[in-house]
Design a protein around this ligand. Structure first.
Ligand code: IDP
Length: 135
């Protein structure tokens, strides 16, 4: 089933010069870039995106991190795109993520883990509306 998913290349990806490397992995897999934008977000936008996490202990430093510099927001489309992107991203903690995944190959952090991918079709729909309301 063709799906769309919201992907963020978080500020660490931009700071570390890994945008090309990460985008290449999605493209090489066969996913199509439907929208892509370089953006810097404020705390309100971070809270909207991470609505399910705002009360969590790890959220305040996460908010500081995702608002710390520019990121790249994208919508990717393809067969089973939501699950495929999450598999390419790897486990949340870069130290535990499997080699071969983006986080497993390129991140050593639980917070600065380079990428976000929607976790369900409901999340994808909600997040695409937040980031790309005209789609
Ligand atoms: P996911 O990005 O793999 O879907 P979530 O559990 O939805 O992971 O968490 C959202 C983001 O919050 C993670 O990508 C990571 O940046 C951050 N995060 C999650 N758990 C922790 C933690 O225990 N410590 C620090 N940051 C965390």
């Amino acid at each position: 089933m063709t799906q769309r998913t919201l992907v963020l290349l978080k500020p660490d990806t931009v700071r570390r010069g890994l945008v090309g490397e990460v985008v290449s992995r999605f493209e090489a897999k066969g996913l199509t870039i439907v929208a892509m934008e370089h953006r810097t977000i404020d705390a309100a936008k971070a809270d909207e995106h991470y609505a399910e996490h705002v009360e969590r202990d790890f959220y305040p430093p996460l908010r500081t991190f995702v608002t710390s510099g520019p990121l790249v927001a994208m919508v990717l489309e393809g067969d089973e795109a939501i699950e495929v992107v999450r598999a390419l991203n790897g486990a949340t903690d870069g130290r535990k993520a499997a080699p071969g995944t983006i986080r497993g190959d390129l991140s050593l952090s639980n917070r600065e883990n380079l990428v976000h991918g929607s976790d369900s079709s409901e999340s994808a729909e909600r997040e695409i509306k937040i980031w790309f309301p005209s789609l």
